[in-house]
Design a protein. Structure first.
Length: 598
């Protein structure tokens, strides 16, 4: 007889030798097979039934069917049971079902039908009869089927309970989860430009899928920029980054951690089995008539995998440059740099400071039929109609430098490099600027003059910087006061002076007082007092005096002083203007910007 694969679960039932002999008499086993199994049992121990199955003498189903026949009870395939009434599940607590390997199937005519792996354990059946007040009718099932049924049905019930708890805690409705539609890459390709197709309606899906959809829909409703799912020893934390600040959200129990992460990996087309290395993916969604994309990143941490999803709202693309929030003086420099025939314009700032929005807005304003614009990004966050965008793929050798080299043979007018990370990239970008192309890119620096130091540290010679650099913009995002709960209050003028706010900036001060604003907190802003964000822009115009200082390798402090003399507004000065106009608060000004003193 060919060897059968061992079962995934061993039988809990001890098979007495007498039953083994009965199997021989029934022709299920031969005498030789039984003796061989008994000898192995004496040598290695274990249950006779398990030894017979692992040795291939019979299958698990053959053994259970024979046992059911001998015990005078029915055999059942639990995978045929699609759904069990929650009231039936409640008759047998999950911990008891797992401990004694039994599963409640139905209650009918005052009798509880329960699937068991060991029908000889009559004491448990008697206890169950006393506990439920019902007659108990046992049916036999394999241990594997019982464990699978417990996972499927008890987990579904507890997941539904967790979903209800999240709905109550967030003030959402089940319709919020049902309105989320996931679009796969295959369906997106099949749409062929004819619109988004629906892969699945979450209202018809498992509760865990609805929990994931509810988390995403809640984040989008709250206008969150990022969703964090973080595993800890005894809990899973879910946090949204709203207006640049993290806010903790209601989360399901720890036992749903793996299910949530697996669901998100499936949606992101990531490898579910790979948990040792970081992975990056993308989810495309449709909520109502609006499309969203989520950029997904996974990182293995001590207690599992952390997932962060960046929410990319395509409706935020078409931002008019004039509405970004530049101060009038800075806007004039920015517009002049956009109209230059060649040179490099740099946008600087930390992650999440709005650099991409500024770049895309600038490119949108320059996007005309007569202009060839090409971008290389990692990743392409938003797709702009009429602009050729390239996604970096280092695994196949498509890097920033290789893409830029190819661009120079594609007759571009304007080139955008998502981020300058190394000497090779910036060298090619400068070469492009010096050969008649307008180049846009980003750097990570604390302020605009700091970009010059950063380029020098990367190995760029001063004469190349001075001849190619047009403008550097450092930017931050500051939270705006909620318009629905905004209130004004007075502060002493001397108090403002201690904050480094100069006397000539507080023009509205009267009688030693100045009027500021703050948010009290309401439903519109979730009690924070803030709703939305505004940009702060420090724009360095690389004029002839600045170019001369770059050639002379002047200190960054000297360059910053010269820039202020020629009218540059620092980030703190822009924040002060927002503060005094009632757009933001003192706390936000201090949180986001550094003092100009020293």
């Amino acid at each position: 007889m060919a060897e059968a694969q061992p079962p995934s679960h061993t039988l809990s039932l001890s098979l007495p030798k007498r039953l083994g002999e009965l199997m021989v008499q029934a022709g299920v086993l031969t005498e030789a097979q039984l003796n061989e199994a008994l000898q192995l049992q004496r040598q290695k121990g274990g249950k006779l039934g398990t030894i017979l199955i692992q040795g291939g003498q019979l299958t698990e189903e053959q053994l259970i069917r024979f046992l059911a026949e001998q015990c005078g009870i029915n055999f059942i395939h639990l995978h045929s049971v699609e759904r069990v009434d929650p009231e039936v599940l409640a008759k047998v607590p999950e911990n008891l079902a797992r401990q004694h390997l039994m599963f409640p199937v139905e209650v009918k005519e005052g009798a509880l039908t329960i699937a068991v792996a060991d029908p000889l354990n009559v004491l448990v059946l008697d206890d169950l009869k006393m506990m439920t007040g019902l007659d108990v009718r046992a049916v036999l099932a394999s241990e594997g089927d019982i464990l699978e049924a417990i996972e499927k049905h008890y987990s579904r019930q507890s997941a539904e309970g967790a979903l209800d708890e999240i709905v109550k805690a967030t003030g959402s409705t089940a319709a919020d989860a049902k309105g989320v539609e996931h679009v796969t890459q295959e369906q997106e390709a099949a749409a062929s430009g004819e619109g988004i197709l629906t892969l699945e309606r979450s209202g018809e899906d498992a509760p865990v899928i609805q929990i994931v959809n509810l988390i995403i829909s809640s984040a989008i409703k709250a206008k969150a920029s990022d969703i964090h799912i973080e595993p800890f020893p005894k809990e899973v934390k879910i946090r949204f980054r709203i207006d640049g600040v993290m806010h903790e959200q209601p989360a399901p129990p720890k036992r749903f951690q793996n299910a949530l992460i697996s669901r998100l990996k499936i949606m992101s087309n990531l490898d579910i089995a790979e948990k040792r290395i970081p992975q990056d993916g993308r989810i495309k969604l449709k909520i109502g008539e609006k499309e969203y994309a989520l950029r997904v990143s996974t990182v293995p941490v001590v207690h599992g995998e952390k997932i962060v999803m960046r929410v990319l709202d395509s409706s935020g693309l078409q931002v008019n440059v004039q509405k970004l929030g530049f101060e009038p003086e800075a806007m004039a420099i920015f517009n002049r740099a956009l109209k230059a025939p060649y040179g490099i314009n740099l946008i600087t700032g930390p992650t999440g400071s709005g650099k991409s929005t500024t770049l895309y807005s600038a490119l949108s304003s320059l996007n005309e039929p007569g202009v060839n614009i090409m971008t290389v990004e990692d990743p392409v966050e938003y797709q702009l109609l009429g602009i050729n965008q390239v996604h970096v793929n280092a695994e196949i050798g498509l890097t920033f430098p290789s893409a830029l080299r190819a661009f120079l043979r594609q007759d571009p007018d304007i080139i955008m490099v998502g981020e300058i990370r190394d000497l090779e990239t910036i060298s090619i970008a400068i070469n492009a600027a010096l050969t008649g192309h307008l180049v846009f890119s980003t750097l990570h620096t604390n302020d605009a003059p700091g970009a010059i130091t950063r380029m020098g540290m990367m190995g760029i010679e001063p004469f190349l910087m001075s001849s190619s650099l047009l403008m550097v913009v450092a930017q931050r995002l500051v939270r705006s006061i909620c318009p629905k709960c905004k209130e004004h209050y007075e502060v002493d003028f001397d108090w403002l002076l201690k904050l480094g706010i100069s006397k000539n900036m507080v023009q509205q001060a009267e009688g030693g007082k100045a009027v500021l604003a703050r948010g009290v907190g309401c439903d519109n802003c979730a009690g924070t007092g803030y709703r939305g964000r505004a940009g702060l822009y420090e724009v360095l115009d690389v004029t002839d005096p600045i170019r001369a200082m770059i050639l002379e390798r002047a200190s960054i402090a000297s360059i910053k002083e010269q820039a202020r003399k020629q009218g540059m507004l620092t980030l703190r000065m822009c924040a002060v203007r927002k503060l005094l106009s009632g757009a933001t608060t003192v706390e936000e000004m201090i949180r986001v910007t550094a003092s100009d003193a020293g």
